[in-house]
Design a protein around this ligand. Structure first.
Ligand code: DHB
Length: 498
């Protein structure tokens, strides 16, 4: 079970909370309380107003995390247009910095970005977006003996931040009807959940209790990179895809800390090993569970064809995932000359190739290009040692199970999380919500083994079935990462928001 990891230091630690008054936190936006800053980006100077460290609830438990930083291009105050937007029409880009279901402070415009690249906030400002960078509580926060950030705290916090933006829309630059959420991994899962569950009554009572302002928490669009969602079905999905892999190279969870999780340029330490006979049995049990779950979803592709699996995990749903990989492979091949194409195809097992194009991917063979990343059960660990077990703890219990299988086979005498808490954390439960975001962009790298590719595929198909505008792709050669294609992401934003 986790030891509380060291927290990264808030770069705004020296600043006071922007909205703290003698009577608590004011939830009315103050447009006078800002600093002006400039940064160089692509040979241009970006000047912006920074409204930082705004606590977005009136009863914060962990004020340092329950804050948002709001950034506005200075040009909008000078009556100028940027990229076709003005002070009234600019979309609000809403990135979270959540990783590993850990607590995450709101990212700061002046901080460096992933892999030492310019940060996402500045790039968004350059495009003329207003940026609301949001923090949220996470699983390791503790005050005395009480945990303060277990599920569903993270999603409540994001919703409270969105409510703040809606409630203050008249006072803030940008259009709160054009909020576009962005996140990676656990942050991608929460971005998706935020979009799917907009204005759902399931969260109202909890939001009222924490002093969230009374306003809509619906958003316009979702960008989700490698969402680690649908946790209660992710163990079965993982074995559906990766059961053939017995060698693992997994994250060393005991050495994980908030600093490395909020900075995705840092490599996580790994542990190498082989699945034991017991683990192979668990893998087979879980794999056998998946077709029934998948078939019960009654998925259909864009043409109305049923996506199903037989009891061995084969069928049209598998082909759907394989075809997403085919598309991605061919996009990469497109830019290559004949020699490069040959080298590309020889590099990967599982590709059928002829006449310059990949005609099929055999998923079973394709996954053997890498070691599995998690040992079974991938998420609901029998000894309660996973980050997800920790996420589903309570104010007094550090970690819980969230699947019947791991409850039954627990080696830690673990209990199971409240069914309602499990429900509140899964975007799959809200895809048919009438206030769900209309526009979705979901990206998962072909080499991302942190969760099964089935997880994002099921989400994308369900959203498309409920009439959403869904752009789903598995970029070739990309691992577990986010924000690697910001130009394309922002082109997509302009297409839906302008
Ligand atoms: C993240 C990665 C994981 O493998 C996981 O199980 C949960 C979260 C992450 O990168 O946020």
């Amino acid at each position: 079970v986790f030891a509380a990891p060291p927290m990264n230091k808030n770069p705004l630690a020296e600043l006071p909370y922007a909205n703290k008054t003698e009577n608590g936190y004011s939830l009315e936006f103050n447009d006078k309380n800002y600093s002006t800053a400039s940064a160089e980006l692509n040979g241009k100077t970006i000047t912006y107003r920074a409204f930082e460290k705004i606590v977005y609830v009136s009863n914060p438990v962990e004020a340092e995390y329950q804050t948002l930083n709001f950034y506005v291009p200075e040009d909008y105050y000078q009556g100028k247009e940027i990229n076709g937007y003005n002070a009234k029409t600019a979309p609000i880009f809403l990135p979270n910095a959540i990783g590993g279901y850990m607590p995450a402070m709101a990212a700061v415009a002046s901080q460096a970005g992933h892999d030492g690249k310019t940060n996402t906030i500045l790039q968004a400002l350059e495009r003329g977006y207003v940026v609301a960078s949001v923090g949220a509580r996470g699983r390791t926060l503790k005050q005395g003996d009480t945990y303060t950030g277990k599920a569903p705290a993270v999603i409540l916090d994001l919703k409270a931040a969105v409510r703040y933006l809606h409630a203050n829309d008249d006072k803030m630059v940008g259009d709160a009807n054009k909020i576009i959420s962005n996140g990676t991994s656990a942050g991608g899962a929460m971005s998706a959940l935020l979009g799917a569950s907009g204005d759902s009554a399931d969260y109202t009572k909890l939001l009222d209790e924490m002093g969230a302002v009374n306003a809509s928490d619906a958003i316009f669009a979702v960008s989700a990179y490698c969402p680690i969602t649908n946790l209660e079905h992710a163990d079965a999905a993982y074995e559906w895809e990766f059961s053939g892999l017995h060698h693992y190279s997994r994250m060393d969870m005991s050495r994980l800390n908030a600093k490395t999780f909020n900075d995705r340029s840092m490599k996580q330490a790994t542990i190498e090993g082989e699945l034991s006979a017991d683990e192979i049995k668990i893998s087979n049990d879980l794999k056998d569970q998946f077709p029934e779950y998948l078939n019960n979803l009654q998925l259909k592709d864009e043409k109305g064809n049923a996506l199903t699996l037989d009891k061995n995990g084969n069928g049209s749903f598998r082909t759907y995932v394989e075809n997403a990989l085919v598309l991605s492979a061919n996009q990469t091949l497109n830019g290559l000359n004949a020699d490069e194409k040959k080298a590309f195809v020889e590099k990967y097992k599982g590709l059928s190739y002829a006449n310059g194009i990949v005609s099929a991917v055999n998923l079973t063979e394709f996954v053997t290009n890498k070691a599995r990343m998690k040992s079974p059960p991938a998420f609901d660990a029998l000894d309660l040692s996973s980050g997800e077990n920790d996420e589903f703890g309570t104010t007094t219990i550090q970690a819980l199970h969230f699947t019947p299988y791991s409850l039954k086979n627990s080696t830690a005498n673990g209990d199971i999380a409240d069914a309602e808490n499990i429900k509140l954390l899964n975007a799959m439960n809200y895809t048919d919500n009438s206030k769900a975001a209309q526009h979705w962009r979901i990206r998962v790298g072909s080499e991302d083994y942190d969760t099964s590719h089935a997880i994002s595929a099921m989400l994308a198909v369900k959203l498309q079935m409920s009439g959403k505008n869904v752009d789903y792709a598995l970029p070739w050669g990309v691992g577990h990462a986010g924000d690697y294609d910001l130009d394309e992401l922002f082109n997509w934003v302009d297409k839906i928001a302008r």
